[in-house]
Design a protein. Structure first.
Length: 500
């Protein structure tokens, strides 16, 4: 239906354009005819002045000279009746005026004045002046009548021509175009064998419509052949695709298994490389400093025994002991980190984390007294699932850091909370200066000291804590306390008998 409407619009457009151009040309010719008629009529109208000067002016002069007013009135009445005369004004040399004007005057065209003189021999006497105004009402009426006649004739001619052209266009072109459009719209793969035929008389010589029909039928045959070939190709491709899908499925499963294995191996290798780097860093840096001090102190004892006092020797021996103790702590930390990494499945069980924290406090009693630290365990703690020896190391690390970096006479509080995801959050706070924001993100990475300006730590403690809690299914973190200080925490799965 839209295609039919489109072709009807096309025929109407064709007729409208043709008639529009024809109407424009007719209007142009009509305007030219009217202009020529107007020019001719205007020339004829202006010839009235010559007629007046030749025929009426002598009578007016004679009447004024003889003061024959009745004759003058008759001459003026006759003059005003001439075609094209709209107004007459006569004024003699004494100031007397005679006026004539038509009642239906609408448009004045041109005016002219004539001097009235009387000649006696060689003498000339001025008698006055005659003013004549010409009007074009009759001309305009004539032009309107002519234009109306031309318009009616042209309109009727154009309408007849339009209907004839519309009928010819519709019968010879438009309806066949609609048939072609309907054929093209309804054609599909199920009726490609049906040719296009126009319901019209066959001419001896094919015209443009016959050429279009032939082209459409050739296209239809080509499409049909292409579809047949494509069907055969698609069947062959389907068979190959099925075979390839089977092969791809088998290969994909194998690749997925290999990728999973590779990812696991890559993760393990990355962790092992990180730990190897950690060991190398610790051996190259953290163990080197106390070992260097130890060698220097023993060398000094060997070479200067005679000149050293008992106090100096005791100080050197204490330094050797401190260096050896520091090396022992670093080695123990490395061994703990390695044991956490190498341990297979750890037998977790329900543990009393509060009691384990108390054992860690007792272990660090002397260290806490040295720093004047006050340690308090807050509230009753819920039990969790974990591995007691590792959790004690976690508390030892958290407590030793709080004692070392918690300020002068640090106040340390240990506590626990139940989280909404069936986890228990254990925490420790101090009243120290806190951790600067740039260092908070890397606190639990290896070799990150809580205070970069202090060299007495080896940077393994918090990384050991993170590794232990991760193996036990928990998480670690740091929070800055609003009124100053730090809060370190870790989570463990809650025991079954803990309600949330």
């Amino acid at each position: 239906m839209p295609l039919r409407q489109a072709h009807r619009k096309l025929s109407v457009y064709f007729i409208v354009v043709t008639l529009g151009f024809t109407a424009f040309m007719a209007l142009l010719v009509t305007c030219l005819q009217i202009y020529l008629t107007y020019s001719s009529e205007m020339a004829e109208l202006k010839s009235r002045f010559a007629l007046i000067e030749k025929s009426y002016l002598p009578s007016v002069n004679e009447s004024l000279w003889n003061v024959d007013e009745p004759r003058l009135q008759v001459v003026l009445d006759g003059l005003i009746e001439l075609p094209g005369i709209g107004e007459i004004l006569l004024e003699d040399d004494m100031g007397n005026q005679w006026h004539r004007q038509r009642a239906d005057v609408q448009s004045e065209i041109v005016s002219d004045s004539f001097k009235l003189q009387y000649h006696i021999d060689n003498d000339v006497y001025d008698l006055g002046e005659l003013h004549i105004t010409l009007v074009a009402d009759a001309i305009f009426q004539k032009l309107k009548t002519k234009a109306l006649a031309i318009s009616i004739t042209s309109t009727l001619s154009l309408l007849v021509a339009a209907f004839i052209l519309l009928y010819l266009f519709r019968s010879t072109i438009s309806r066949h175009l609609e048939n072609m459009a309907d054929y093209a719209t309804n054609i599909d793969s199920s009726n490609l064998t049906k040719p296009l035929n126009l319901n019209r008389a066959q001419a001896s010589t094919p015209d443009e419509l016959d050429m279009v029909v032939e082209a459409i039928n050739k296209m239809r045959i080509n499409i049909l052949e292409d579809l047949n070939k494509r069907t055969e190709i698609e069947l062959e491709l389907t068979r190959h695709r099925q075979h390839l899908e089977e092969l791809v499925s088998v290969r994909t499963q194998a690749l997925e298994q290999n990728n999973t294995l590779l990812k696991q191996q890559s993760t393990e290798l990355a962790e092992q490389n990180a730990e190897l780097n950690a060991y190398a860093h610790t051996v190259a840096h953290d163990l080197k400093h106390p070992l260097t001090a130890l060698l220097g102190q023993t060398t000094l004892l060997q070479n200067a025994t005679a000149v050293l006092s008992d106090k100096q020797r005791n100080l050197l021996l204490q330094g050797i002991h401190d260096s050896a103790d520091k090396m022992n702590n670093i080695i123990n930390a490395l061994l703990l980190l390695a044991s956490v990494r190498q341990s297979g499945s750890v037998k977790s069980s329900v543990i009393d984390v509060q009691a384990i924290a108390g054992d860690a406090v007792n272990t660090l009693t002397e260290f806490a007294a040295t720093h004047h630290a006050h340690i308090r365990i807050s509230g009753d703690w819920p039990q969790a699932i974990g591995f007691a020896p590792w959790i004690e190391q976690v508390w030892v690390n958290y407590l030793s850091n709080a004692i070392k970096y918690g300020g002068d006479a640090p106040v340390i509080v240990l506590g626990a909370d139940i989280k909404t995801n069936h986890q228990v959050k254990y925490w420790i706070t101090d009243n120290g200066p806190g951790i600067a924001p740039p260092y908070q993100a890397e606190l639990f990475s290896q070799f990150q000291r809580l205070d970069p300006n202090k060299a007495d730590g080896h940077g393994l403690g918090l990384s050991i804590v993170a590794r232990i809690i991760q193996r036990l299914g928990g998480d670690t973190g740091y929070e800055a306390v609003a009124d100053g200080g730090s809060l370190f925490w870790f989570t463990l799965p809650a025991a079954d008998n803990v309600t949330q």
